[in-house]
Design a protein around this ligand. Structure first.
Ligand SMILES: NC(=O)c1ccc[n+]([C@@H]2O[C@H](COP(=O)([O-])OP(=O)(O)OC[C@H]3O[C@@H](n4cnc5c(N)ncnc54)[C@H](OP(=O)(O)O)[C@@H]3O)[C@@H](O)[C@H]2O)c1
Length: 326
């Protein structure tokens, strides 16, 4: 099969596409013929050896896919060969085939094609749990979403607007804010050129926001936290800016703020009921027409370009590799 390979840690331009041996499913595992694989920011970090969970060289990157079941390992009774499935792994998805634990596979929500199914779960489930499970979002509240044109950010804007929140999108350029407005954001702040704290206060009638969803961190996190009202909630989700922010705790004390975090890899283990509820709500929203924003589709040969665009802040929504295209 053809697969992207990382033989040296570094920037994505070092990735190659080569023929490798077909994988075989072991006990408890399923072989999936991958139709599409979505790029997530952590793929860039794993290739650079900057992710919290390292991958040993050489490896095939890729953490999110959709495809059909192509074989079952010993002791596995389903899903039947030919079933459409989606899933998330640490590595291995930028390939024509991937082997995963049977228990990790998910159904493809009705109405999603393979490209959109591959792009859906990681960002939409992360955004939903950040907003609702952890962020306790309620209709009518003001939510500020940082990195609002990115993968997690665009999903958070989309879901928040559909749940009746009033969204202030924050991003680095007007055309990126326009993307967020297209997903339902009521207002936008260019956090590179404008004062995020003051603009959020203005836009929310002087009071400040109820909730911040932050997949960016770095220099923008503190300004966003300062734009919260008394009792507001700040959810830390990721650090696309590269720096893990250090927030002065007196800011939390002065306005009785709540700071929480969310992590998709472990949520199924510690909050299974919340996962079931999220799956139900997200499936309903998909039935009502919600789709992840896929801005670019590359063949597997474009893997290095696709990851470079994500690393260099040039993408909106999701970038997907089409494993069926040459
Ligand atoms: N906690 C979890 O469970 C979870 C799940 C998925 C992802 N994440 C994390 O969430 C973060 C975002 O992931 P994503 O897939 O949404 O990434 P993405 O699509 O690349 O979006 C990240 C956004 O961050 C902004 N940004 C600001 N400074 C940046 C910089 N120096 N380099 C790159 N982007 C920068 C960019 O928007 P502007 O240019 O408009 O500022 C970009 O759109 C990552 O840190 C990822 O690891 C966490």
């Amino acid at each position: 099969m053809r697969a992207a390979r990382c033989t040296e840690y570094g920037p994505p331009k070092g990735l190659t596409v080569t023929e490798t041996d077909d994988p075989r499913p072991g006990p408890g595992e399923v072989l999936v013929q991958v139709h599409a694989a979505a790029v997530n920011f952590p793929d860039v970090l794993i290739v650079a050896d900057r992710y919290q969970v390292p991958a040993a060289l050489p490896f095939t990157p890729g953490s999110e896919f959709a495809g059909v079941v192509a074989g079952l390992g010993p002791g596995v009774s389903g899903p039947p060969v030919g079933s459409p499935v989606a899933g998330a792994v640490l590595t291995g998805a930028f390939a024509e085939q991937v082997v995963v634990p049977a228990a990790s596979l998910r159904q493809v929500p009705d109405g999603l094609d393979m490209i959109h199914a591959a792009a859906f779960h990681v960002t939409y489930a992360t955004a939903y749990h950040s907003l609702v499970t952890v962020g306790r979002a309620a209709a009518g509240e003001w939510a500020v979403v940082l990195g609002a044109a990115g993968g997690v950010g665009s999903a958070a804007v989309d879901i928040a607007a559909r749940l009746g929140l009033r969204v202030v999108a924050a991003a680095s350029a007007e055309e990126r804010l326009a993307v967020a407005r297209g997903l339902g954001a009521e207002a936008g702040v260019d956090y590179v050129r404008e004062n995020l704290k003051l603009r959020v206060r203005e836009l929310t009638g002087g009071e400040g926001a109820h909730l911040v969803i932050d997949p960016v961190g770095g220099r923008y996190a503190e300004a966003a936290l300062r734009g919260l009202r008394r009792g507001g909630r700040f959810v830390t989700v990721g650090y696309a800016d590269g720096e893990i922010p250090r927030i002065p705790l007196n800011l939390v004390l002065l306005k009785d703020l709540v700071v929480r975090g969310f992590e998709i890899r472990t949520v199924r283990r510690y909050a299974p009921d919340a996962v079931a509820e999220a799956d139900r709500v997200l499936a309903r929203l998909v039935r009502e027409g919600m789709r992840p924003l896929v801005s670019r589709v590359h063949p597997l040969a474009g893997v290095a370009a696709a990851l470079t665009d994500v690393a260099e802040r040039r993408t909106t929504g999701k970038v997907v590799l089409d494993l069926t295209a040459r």
